[in-house]
Design a protein around this ligand. Sequence first.
Ligand code: 5GP
Ligand code: MN
Length: 343
Amino acid sequence: MQPFMKPINELYSELEHPRNVVITFHQKPDADAMGAALGLYHFLIQFGHAVTVISPTNWAGFLSWMPGCKKVLDYEMQTAKATAALDNAQWLFCLDFNTMDRTRRMAEKLIALTCIKILIDHHHQPQVEMFDFGISDIKKSSTSEMVYDLIIGSGHADMINTSIADCLYAGVMTDTGSFRFTSTTASVHKMVADLKDHGLEHSHIHEELYDNFMESRFRFFGHVLLNRMEVFYEYNTALIAIPQADLIKFNVKTGDTEGLVNFPLGIHGIKLASVIIDRGDERKSSFRSKDGFDVNTFARKYFNGGGHFNAAGGKNIEPLDEVVRRFKIAIRENKEQLSNYKF
Ligand code: 5GP
Ligand code: MN
């Protein structure tokens, strides 16, 4: 292990020597984590590497269309198989997370492994001392874009196929909020144009990701928007705090709450939107802001979390009421920045 990770391009010449490879990402993967991992999977297998993708936890049903998703191991459900793959790994790719604790119960196992560890990520303050090689760039729109950069940078543009194109598009499209966030650079659009040239069918992917939910998810959204949302106009802030009983009543599944936080953010005048959910074992929070407020710092300071400037999350062991109380104190302490927002 190096004190600081070496640049990832030092590995490019090694790509053509087949190895046992494991690719993993953060718990409860989003489309960027899963898309980047499967995009990389479909790239590496073309060199003859034996590649296993392991998710620390289960994932949302709306990711299951991704080519290769059915082969992904769930560490919590298939621990023996996943552990065997990790023990055999020569290279471990860690995608779309900055700190090992984002891999939940798998963190201890990953830290103990002595194989070569490679980070590809776009979050703030990565644990660089944990990795031998890697690239961390907070300016990148998505980890999927960074996997695309790796493919192009290593001189293998010709190996992009429809599977890679579909997976990477899903990641970059969702992590840029359908190309609306400021992270959507000209390079992002050029990448998508290139993926289109390699067989990408983008409308099909939007349907798979956004038009595939159960009725109960929308009933749940209606319920929480009507009954659980509080708007603090003095602080340009809105909060939806959800007790566990609501999740049970509406049969809420992994991934069903994704996107909910964008509703309060869409209210005129709202600068900070939050959803705090009692998941039973922990209280999970999501924060979103319109460009002037730094939710990465906010999540780090009050909610044991982090993320990006405009999208972050955290977790607490305290009961829901206590986390909500802490949220209200936090917005009061940030009144200056929240109130002087110019609309
Ligand atoms: P989401 O609200 O969609 O769960 O997460 C938004 C962003 O915050 C993502 O980039 C995610 O990686 C990050 N994030 C979410 N939860 C946590 C957390 O508990 N800890 C840290 N460090 N980052 C988080
Ligand atoms: Mn990401």
